[in-house]
Design a binder for this molecule. Structure first.
Ligand SMILES: [Zn+2]
Length: 195
């Protein structure tokens, strides 16, 4: 969860002009990736412009994308050991987020929502409920975006590989901004027409 928030904070950062890219890199202790061409190939197939690809020395299999003035893709080290079809599914999902400008859309929704909260905070009793409302709305939007990115990814990779990957991510918590693994798998099967 902390990582999710940090990622989002950096996502907002990615909207700032020149120089922000270095901040993201130093803040998340990112390194250049050695197999960047695997990612670049997928990006050209999907017609997505990627400015930077980084490797993160974290734990577990995961990837993040930040789309603003610069499109940045971050892969956790363990993700590099995935079977090729699952690696491509993971990259395709993140590239789909970039393609559909998800970071930008979510940032705008949150910025507008929090501005309203700030205005409502002048009325004492409305601060908590309005904040909660923005939080829940943001979670809902994020969950929809995850399914949207999955659907877009399956246009370019094997849906079965994406499903295998999602099962590796494991289950999400009740306050996660991601849909449950089962929910995502069902949605993929719906758009691709069966298991
Ligand atoms: Zn995602």
């Amino acid at each position: 969860m902390i990582v999710e928030f940090m990622t989002f904070a950096f996502a907002l950062g990615s909207l700032l002009p020149l120089g922000t890219d270095s901040l993201v890199r130093i803040g998340m202790r990112l390194k250049p990736i050695s197999q960047e061409e695997r990612v670049r190939k997928m990006a050209s197939i999907m017609g997505v412009k990627v400015d930077r690809v980084y490797l993160r020395e974290g734990k577990g299999i995961n990837a993040y994308s930040l789309g603003g003035l610069r499109n940045v893709l971050i892969l956790e080290r363990e993700s590099m050991n995935l079977p090729d079809d699952q690696f491509r599914a993971m990259v395709a999902h993140e590239l789909a987020h970039i393609k559909m400008k998800h970071t930008l859309k979510r940032s705008i929704v949150l910025a507008v929502g929090l501005s309203v909260v700030a205005a409502l905070s002048l009325i004492d009793k409305l601060l908590l409920p309005s904040f909660l409302l923005v939080f829940l709305f943001d979670m809902e939007i994020s969950k929809r975006m995850e399914k949207e990115a999955d659907a877009e990814a399956t246009r370019f990779v094997d849906p079965k590989a994406l499903i295998s990957l999602i099962s590796k991510y494991g289950e999400v918590g009740p306050l996660s901004d991601h849909p449950s693994a089962e929910d995502r798998m069902r949605a993929i099967e719906r758009v691709t027409g069966g298991p």
